[in-house]
Design a protein around this ligand. Sequence first.
Ligand code: ADP
Length: 607
Amino acid sequence: MEKYEVLKNIFGYDSFRRGQEEIIDNILQGRDVLGIMPTGAGKSVCFQVPALMMSGVTLVVSPLISLMKDQVRQLIQNGVAAAYLNSSLSAGQYRKASYNILHGMYKIIYVAPERLATSGFLELANSINISMVAVDEAHCVSQWGHDFRPSYLKISDFLDFLKQRPIFAAFTATATKNVREDIKNLLKLNNPYCVVTGFERKNLYFDVIQTSEKGKLAHLLKLLDKVRDESVIIYCGTRKKVEEVFEILARRGFRAARYHAGLSDVERRRNQEDFIYDKKNIFVATNAFGMGINKADVRMIVHFNMPKNIENYYQEAGRAGRDGGHAKCIMLYSDSDFYLNSFFINNVVNDQLNAEQLENIRNQDYKNLSKIIRYCKGNSCYQQYILEYFGENSNSCKNCGNCLSEFEQVDLTTQARKIFSCIVETDEKYGINMVCDILKGSKNSRILALGYDSILAYGALKKIKLVDLKSYIRELIFDGYLSLDNGEYPTLKMTQKAKNVLIEGLNQRVILKRRKSRKNIFKSDKTQINDKILYDAISRLRTSLADSQNVPSYIIFSNKTIIHICKALPTKIDDLFEITGLGQNKIKKYGKYIIDVVNNYLVNASK
Ligand code: ADP
């Protein structure tokens, strides 16, 4: 079969996505490749298609059992002979798999990196014809990355040991330059053909809701009400927060599960499976819940707390919509997120580093923190901001919370002048809390002892709510009127811009831009199709097929496939060859059931 036939007949897709074809062509010409493509771009197809076209076996090195299991299940659904070798197999199962490998029963074999260094596996590998070694999640080789695995460093030794060097293909979604260089050097790729497709995720909607810490829950509940059955991950900053949010959701009858490092292995695994098998649709987790989550149909990721930098945020939010369908990534931001992260930065301990090195790390962390705060508070395109952070030029996405919002100008001159005066009168010695206390006319003993109850600014903004006052100050920082230095007790300083406001009087207005209204973004994939009844009927069919085989439903076929069925209304088996995501094997196994459901629906609809 040639590549287009493999793509259509095995995977059920009509055309290659960006980057896929050139990677496949280079592999087929015998060249090493390095594919840097965002999550959900379709990296697996890049090595699975040529694997099926080459004469020997392809080994795929993958860091996690759950990832391997998932990919092998998908391949088997597509009728490809595939297996995995990792510590989840019993001795008997391992023996059987090895026997099958020796007898040429598999085309694609997933292996854990630790396995490569064992003498048994080395012997096995040299007894078969390996045409390609593909390394998935290749950034795990780099200590700069977020998922460093020492066992990845052994991969190049394994290649050296083989009698014949196979083609070597490495893939990752991690963008940073250091990591890219590490992959090339540490994996010893031979003059690889590199493809970087860009990091834009067109199917993701990004938004930030600015609120108080207490206000977050109400926003979360509102969001969850709109996506009652769909898969949602809620990332929280601490274990305690996971417990709190989980308790509330469980009490309110949501089908929620939780995940954090404080739970036992058994409970973590059980909760994760409940989510993956759709027994629970909401997963409340700390960032300990990471790479292992490859559930393709996550429709919304809510960050209950802001992560410490853009890189972590994009990594976590990027777990939404891996199936290519629309998904939402929403951050709930309050100023407490800034304080929590500052606290973490100030309290970093590392015995291996000296004071100067620690200080450098702190400064770098603060820089990164200020960039993510700019993301949260900014008025311009969110996706564009993220892509620029990764050094990529792009246009505004026309699809994020900011792109879809109307803004209004708010004149804050009067309030700003009082805030500035207070800072000047107290010699720029204090942080946000103290400045607010003075402006609110607090009678706390420190203020009275310092005599600040007799300055002009004392009580000057007492009618404004404390949360609003804090929020004004944050806006003024964001707009460059004030700066907040780093350190354990950050103090507010006037910039020239603020000084001009005081010097030039009321002619110099302080105008801030605020979001006025946002378009309703909850027109889900389901409502884009003509009929929800058919969508639900095919979904139910998918669930029962998945249950009977004990696999998660997205392994049977994706939501995109269901939507396509609803639009195309196939009434005979031949029509199914036009549906995206249905290869020959799935049509053979499930085609009849799908056609029955559609025909049934059409009969009922015509009554
Ligand atoms: P990645 O590993 O890059 O995160 P995957 O390989 O898991 O992405 O692919 C993401 C989704 O895109 C899968 O559902 C996959 O089947 C689908 N996909 C891959 N290539 C294509 C294609 N050419 N056309 C349509 N869908 C595709």
